[in-house]
Design a protein around this ligand. Structure first.
Ligand code: CU
Length: 638
């Protein structure tokens, strides 16, 4: 697989297929399928998958840093297709987003992707066309480094997590649009209400329900699409098929976790083994050891485990909403199994997720005038982060307002200058027509955690319901439903890059985007405007250092992915901030990243929940040529 040393050209051939697959465990109906049969464990159920070379996941593509990749993709579907190389720094025309970088690969066509491999690490590829990714069009991609790696291991496995449904994605979307809770059977019941009354008292329970009622949202809305239609897969296999990786005792095993889910976050643990993170988003990090991690959609985490006992260990990947799990096994011999843990109770969202965390006083009391909401459940404990300004202050509204850096005073687009794609050469400050705020960077040191900001009320119109009152960093929190089991959970404030950045200057400008949604109507957007209504790309200057601040005004988590450049996640570690291609933004969270885009052209930026992206949580950043001019891409600036 690995070509000989040197800077050769690595040639691969891929073909996109649409296959009828037999869920009774039968063979693929194709002689080209050399991979194991796809056995989905529902007797008699059949469905059409869209695959690469006939398998789910598609074949592992393995290259070496410094090579030139040469990948022929033949479209054998009856519709357009595409492949995007997630996390790879490629020339713009090779990025593979139809309508942004090229016009897509038409039926019968072969498109040749060719690009230099300028990096190392664990990545993946997937279709950027329609809902093909949900239908199986994804696979792992590894680039072996030129330099020896700073950690050692004896064997390795790709562990690709994903979600499969026998329902057509169009049907799934239709179902959720008609009824928001279609797949959410885990709704709160009357008996839950009385349980809460017993636990926290009547007043608090009523206050809690009243708030949720006002937000028009179910407090358990963790995922849109759940295990009621999804089967969660590990390397393409359902839990019963038990993907197994073999080891010899005391071997160090590198597991390259990739979340290829179309709509599922996974909480992963291997009972009996601690895991040491060595790479995140394909980038070396300082080793950090824990017992469980949450992997956001589209992220990759490389961990090393060292089994010392002569027994099997279960790789257990619960969906974040606890409606199902993927499962595999590490074992010294084939056929062994270990106990599969019970799934934990579903997590609930709380006041924290409504952006009310700062209103929690030291005794867990909400200081909302006239309302005693003591004891209201929150999904996560307030962060014990000494660097976070304002955590210790009395939770009174006027003081909070004073603590805010710069309340974003609505998006009054009528009063702001419009922006064309060619207008980004100067240091523009203001609000773009799509609601994006661009301002001169404040003096906050690069790499620090953003301070909390009070939102000036819901100003995103009907496209946004339930705007968080207050947004702040939540990088030190494990996330809803995690962190209370008595074991260590990875949090992003623990992650530092291995080698500190040599240059880590302050950004020239700050770009602020708000993630918005109307949960009841199932609308998803940025700044209250869906992509199809966003007139222009967001202009960036070649080589300009920017601070990208992403504010989640909705109450779902969104895994945001920027194409074409790594982002430095400002998690409080200055030049040791980790580099990521995908960042999770929790409900009511404010995340800041630094980036210095240099590759010219239009680059996609979007939520990696497939339906959220499809419905409009998507933008294009247009990076200028070195001379400042703009190349209009396929999607263009029209
Ligand atoms: Cu999203």
């Amino acid at each position: 697989m690995t070509p000989s040393a040197g800077f050769g050209v690595a040639r691969k051939r891929l073909a996109a297929h649409s296959r009828c697959r037999n869920a009774r465990g039968g063979q693929q109906q194709s002689r080209r399928a050399r991979h194991r049969p796809l056995a989905i464990g529902f007797a008699g159920r059949r469905s059409i998958a869209t695959t690469i070379n006939g398998s789910i996941p598609g074949p592992l593509l393995r290259f070496r840093e410094g090579e030139r990749a040469n990948i022929h993709v033949t479209n054998r579907l009856r519709e357009d297709t595409s492949i995007h190389w997630h996390g790879l720094l490629v020339p713009n025309a090779m990025d593979g987003v139809p309508g942004v970088n090229f016009s897509g690969i038409h039926p019968g066509q072969t498109f040749v992707y060719e690009f230099p491999l300028r990096q190392y690490g664990t990545y993946w590829y997937h279709s950027h066309s329609g809902f093909q990714e949900q239908l199986g069009h994804y696979g792992p991609l590894i680039i072996d480094p030129l330099e020896p790696e700073p950690f050692q291991y004896d064997r390795e496995y790709v562990v690709m997590l994903s979600d499969w449904s026998f329902e057509n994605p169009l049907k799934i979307l239709d179902n959720i649009k008609k009824q928001r809770s279609y797949y959410n059977f885990q709704r709160r019941t009357v008996s839950d209400f009385f349980k809460d009354v017993d636990r926290v008292g009547l007043r608090a329970t009523i206050a809690d329900r009243w708030e949720w009622g006002k937000m028009r949202m179910s407090p358990i809305d963790i995922s849109d699409v759940t295990g009621s239609t999804y089967t969660y897969l590990l390397n393409g296999l359902p839990p019963a098929s038990n993907w197994t990786g073999l080891f010899r005792r005391r071997e160090r095993v590198r597991l390259r976790f990739i979340n290829a889910g179309a709509g599922s976050y996974f909480d992963v643990r291997i009972p009996g083994l601690e895991m040491t993170l060595v790479q995140a988003s394909g980038q070396h990090v300082q080793p950090v050891t824990f017992d469980e991690f949450r992997i956001e959609i589209a992220q990759t985490f490389d961990v090393i485990v060292q089994p010392t006992e002569d027994r099997a260990y279960t790789i257990f990947a619960e969906s974040m909403d606890r409606s199902g799990h993927a499962r595999g096994t590490l074992a010294p011999r084939a056929g062994m199994t270990a106990e599969v843990p019970k799934r934990r109770p579903r997590p609930t969202l709380g006041m924290m997720d409504m952006g009310m965390a700062m209103r929690m006083g030291g005794h867990g009391e909400l200081a909302m005038p006239g309302m005693d909401m003591s004891g209201v459940q929150t999904s996560a404990r307030p962060a014990a982060d000494a660097t976070m300004a304002g955590m210790d202050m009395p939770a009174t509204a006027p003081k909070l307002a004073a603590a805010a850096v710069s309340g974003h005073a609505g998006h009054d687009m009528s009063s702001m200058p419009g922006m064309g794609a060619s207008g980004g050469r100067g240091a523009f400050e203001g609000t773009l027509r799509d609601g994006t705020i661009i301002r001169a960077s404040n003096l906050r040191a690069p790499g620090t955690i953003p301070e909390p900001v009070i939102h000036a009320g819901s100003t995103h119109g009907s496209a946004s319901a339930g705007t968080a009152m207050e947004t702040r960093s939540r990088l030190s929190e494990p996330g809803a439903g995690l962190g209370e089991d008595g074991w260590r959970v990875l949090v992003w404030t623990d992650v530092k890059r291995l080698t500190p950045a040599e240059t880590f200057g302050p950004p020239a400008r700050e770009i602020e985007l708000h993630l918005t949604g109307n949960m009841e109507r199932y609308m998803w957007s940025i700044n209250g405007i869906k992509y199809s209504d966003a007139p222009d790309p967001i202009p960036l200057k070649h080589g300009e250092r920017i601070r990208l601040t992403i504010v989640n005004d909705s109450m779902m988590a969104h895994p945001m992915h920027l194409h074409g450049v790594f982002m430095e996640l400002k998690n409080g570690h200055g030049p040791e901030c980790p580099c990521v291609h995908t960042v999770n933004v929790k409900p009511a969270e404010r995340v800041s990243l630094l980036a210095t885009p240099v590759d010219p052209g239009p680059w996609a930026f979007h939520c990696h929940v497939l339906f959220h992206m499809d419905l409009g949580m998507f933008r294009v950043f247009q990076v200028s040529e070195p001379d400042g001019s703009m190349t209009v891409g396929e999607g263009g600036a029209s």
